[in-house]
Write a protein that binds this ligand. Structure first.
Ligand code: ZN
Length: 119
């Protein structure tokens, strides 16, 4: 198996982090104030009220996940720095590259992850 292109994954992590941080800022802003951005959003997405309620609920769920994901991404970035990125936190074996491409902040290999979820 060729070595991982760490730089590629580092970039993916940084992009994802940036995206989540802007999501977080937007979500927080949308609940606390009538920002210009929110007005723009409404203009671009006139939709009916039912859809908006649904979107709002999705945002609430998302907001809870954003903190979690940011933490996982920061953990992965630390692993990039200390050279352990791509290794399972539990068994120490390499995580499949395809899994990292789908989930660059994965910290467990698919075997350990499914064992934990199957508990
Ligand atoms: Zn493992």
């Amino acid at each position: 198996m060729p070595p991982l292109d760490i730089e590629k994954f580092r970039q993916m992590l940084l992009d994802e982090k940036k995206r989540l941080e802007s999501d977080k800022a937007w979500l927080n802003g949308s609940f606390n104030s009538d920002s210009g951005e929110l007005a723009d959003f409404d203009v671009n997405h006139p939709g009916d009220t039912g859809t908006e309620m649904f979107e709002r609920e999705k945002d609430l769920a998302l907001n809870e996940n954003v903190e979690d994901l940011l933490e996982q991404i920061n953990t992965a970035l630390v692993k990039v720095e200390n050279g352990t990125y791509g290794l399972c936190d539990h068994c120490g074996k390499p995580i499949a590259e395809g899994r990292l491409e789908a989930l660059p902040y994965a910290t467990f290999c698919i075997t350990c992850q499914s064992r934990m979820e199957g508990r």
